[in-house]
Write a protein that binds this ligand. Structure first.
Ligand code: COA
Length: 313
């Protein structure tokens, strides 16, 4: 009989060795460690090496996730990879990863939903598994987002960092992913975008901030309501890590105590599609996530895009 659920069975992550602290960034633009910490909660971010691509980082994170699941790459029948910084325009980063893993019998493709990419990828993986079309899906978020930064623009260069996170979802007769919702609204396309020639991130930070808090706050409330759950039933909130003020404001909107938030933005900065899987793996490695814990994921990104997930660990 076909299993009814998809379950997250392992995680892995990778962060480049090179670190830029706020003090390093003080040497590049007119800013200060104090300003960055007060407005964003960020103290440092990892920066990929010149020859290190989003695929290389995805490979490291995926290899750890496979090892933790005691699966071989050949056991994976689908790779869904979220990125906004592909190594090439085509073929996709997912097939480059597939090739590095020497897994050539899966179906592999990329998803671009900016900072919400991992939730979009998770949603696809969950639906393919529940539909009986896949058994083991490797879901990856990877970004070399610093390659899109103008290191002379203090409005953006202080915010971002590189890295990759991976998770394996498998067909299971117990939950699993309980709930997933994703959405987008292209009318906000110019508030957070990448300009061409030169290819730099441009952002109306203040507008993005307000809409992010409102959208994620409403989304978290809707997620509880649609699942007939009270906030007390949530063990952990693992949100997209863009700014600690955004995260705390969202938690406040649903009366979730701050102790239940997994917060990695201080050390990672905003790693876009990699931020949620990096944060899940961080919490997993610290043994914070216990069997049967109910975890809420919340994300918001350029587009705008948004997504919310409830999962039983
Ligand atoms: N260092 C010092 N000063 C800075 C600065 C920096 N790195 N960046 C901006 N400033 C200045 C601005 O120039 C402005 O100066 P002014 O008042 O003289 O014009 C002042 O700080 C306030 O700017 P503002 O943009 O209103 O600050 P803010 O409190 O909104 O914080 C962000 C700026 C970018 C931290 C905040 O808007 C934010 O986090 N936005 C959302 C970003 C995000 O999460 N994006 C990704 C979503 S997935």
């Amino acid at each position: 009989m076909q299993n009814k659920f998809s379950k997250l069975i392992s995680t892995g992550s990778y962060l480049p060795d090179k670190i830029y602290t706020n003090h390093d960034i003080e040497k590049l633009v007119d800013t200060s460690h104090e300003w960055i910490v007060e407005r964003t909660g960020i103290e440092q971010r990892h920066i990929a090496g010149e020859n290190e691509s989003s695929v290389d980082m995805a490979f490291q994170a995926s290899s750890i996730a496979l090892k933790n699941a005691t699966l071989n790459a050949s056991d994976i029948d689908m790779i869904v990879l979220a990125t906004t910084t592909p190594e090439r325009k085509f073929p996709s980063t997912a097939v480059l990863l597939q090739n590095m893993l020497q897994n050539n019998n899966s179906c592999a493709f990329d998803v671009n939903a900016a900072c919400t990419g991992f939730i979009f990828a998770l949603d696809i993986a969950d639906k393919y598994i529940k539909g009986g079309f896949a058994k083991n899906v490797l879901v990856v978020g990877t970004e070399k987002i610093t390659s899109l930064l103008d290191w002379k623009d203090r409005n953006t260069c202080v915010l971002f960092g590189d890295g990759a996170g991976a998770a394996i979802l498998t067909s299971s007769n117990e939950p699993g992913i309980i709930y997933n919702t994703i959405g987008s609204d292209g009318s906000y396309k110019d508030l957070l975008t990448v300009n061409t020639d030169p290819e730099f991130i441009e952002m109306k930070g203040n507008d993005v901030f307000k809409i992010a808090v409102n959208t994620m706050g409403k989304l978290a409330a809707k997620t509880l309501e649609e699942n007939n759950m009270s906030v007390e039933q949530i063990d952990w909130l693992i949100p997209h890590q863009a700014n600690s003020r955004i995260i705390k404001a969202v938690a406040k909107k649903i009366n979730l105590p701050e102790e239940k938030i997994i917060m990695t933005v201080k050390n990672h900065g905003n790693t876009s599609a990699a931020s949620i899987p990096l944060a899940i793996d961080y919490a997993n490695n610290k043994n914070l996530l216990k069997k049967d814990n109910i975890i809420m994921l919340e994300a918001f990104g350029a587009g705008f895009t948004w997504g919310s997930t409830l999962l039983r660990f």
